[in-house]
Design a protein around this ligand. Structure first.
Ligand SMILES: Nc1ncnc2c1ncn2[C@@H]1O[C@H](COP(=O)(O)OP(=O)(O)OP(=O)(O)O)[C@@H](O)[C@H]1O
Length: 226
């Protein structure tokens, strides 16, 4: 780590980070710090690199340059394996087994993470899916799957929540659930990074907004440096 950088107890520290995807530069010169208990909103044009940033924070992409630390683990090192259980990435596609019921999916996760199976049913109840516990994931609507993903977050109690397209296709009740889940993570001294094209709603869950533009993370509304 460069001596000029102090990452203290930050959940995320990215310094001058560069990321290439398929040999194309997507992020470059990106600096970002996120403290425990903080929730940040990420905005930006289509293709600007928001999902790529989430995958970096999930420790899933190699850096082409710069330095990064997530939950104390230095990106690009084996330290990342130990912190992954503390990270929940809710991406475009649901991380659920399609042939299993919602209950089976969540109970499986409960067993994997050493929690009571009852906690899985409680998490599904908390997101309004109590009556869909025995429904296979493959026949659930997109909104139901999104709620099931939020139940997954409640169950796993992550220290870093990464929510992509947080408000896409959700009704009012589901949007309130997004806010409740982010609050729950904050209550546990975790941090959230929420990507959304819905800036007014994003302001409701985020302490500050950053915009991905020109590969960098800027305060939303800032000009891209020349
Ligand atoms: N697997 C991939 N192969 C090739 N290029 C990719 C891949 N994943 C992302 N990219 C490229 O990286 C850039 C950033 O993509 P990313 O999905 O991070 O953008 P985004 O800001 O999340 O976009 P959107 O708002 O449309 O979801 C895009 O130019 C995209 O074409």
């Amino acid at each position: 780590m460069p001596s000029t950088v102090s990452d203290n107890d930050n959940v995320v520290t990215l310094v001058d980070v560069a990321v290439d995807v398929e040999r194309v530069s997507v992020l470059r010169g990106l600096d970002l710090t996120i403290a425990a208990g903080e929730s940040i909103g990420v905005v930006g044009a289509n293709g600007s690199g928001k999902s790529t940033l989430l995958r970096v924070l999930a420790t899933l992409l190699p850096l082409a340059g710069g330095y990064g630390r997530v939950l104390g683990a230095e990106l690009g090192t084996d330290e990342c394996f130990a912190v992954r259980p503390g990270i929940a990435l809710v991406g475009h596609a649901p991380a659920l087994y399609p042939r299993l019921t919602l209950g089976e999916n969540l109970r499986f996760l409960a067993r994997l993470t050493g929690r009571r199976e009852r906690a899985a049913d409680e998490a599904l109840e908390a997101v309004g899916l109590a009556r869909a516990v025995d429904r296979r994931a493959e026949v659930c609507s997109q909104g139901m799957l999104r709620r099931a993903e939020l139940a997954r977050v409640l169950l796993s109690q992550p220290r870093l929540l990464l929510l992509d397209e947080a408000h896409a296709g959700l009704d009012k009740a589901s949007i309130s659930l997004v806010e409740a889940v982010v609050e729950r993570v904050r209550d546990g001294a975790g941090a959230s990074v929420v990507v959304s094209h819905d800036q007014p709603r994003l302001r409701g869950v985020a302490d500050r907004l950053v915009e991905i533009s020109g590969g960098q993370a800027l305060l939303a509304g800032e000009e891209v440096p020349a």
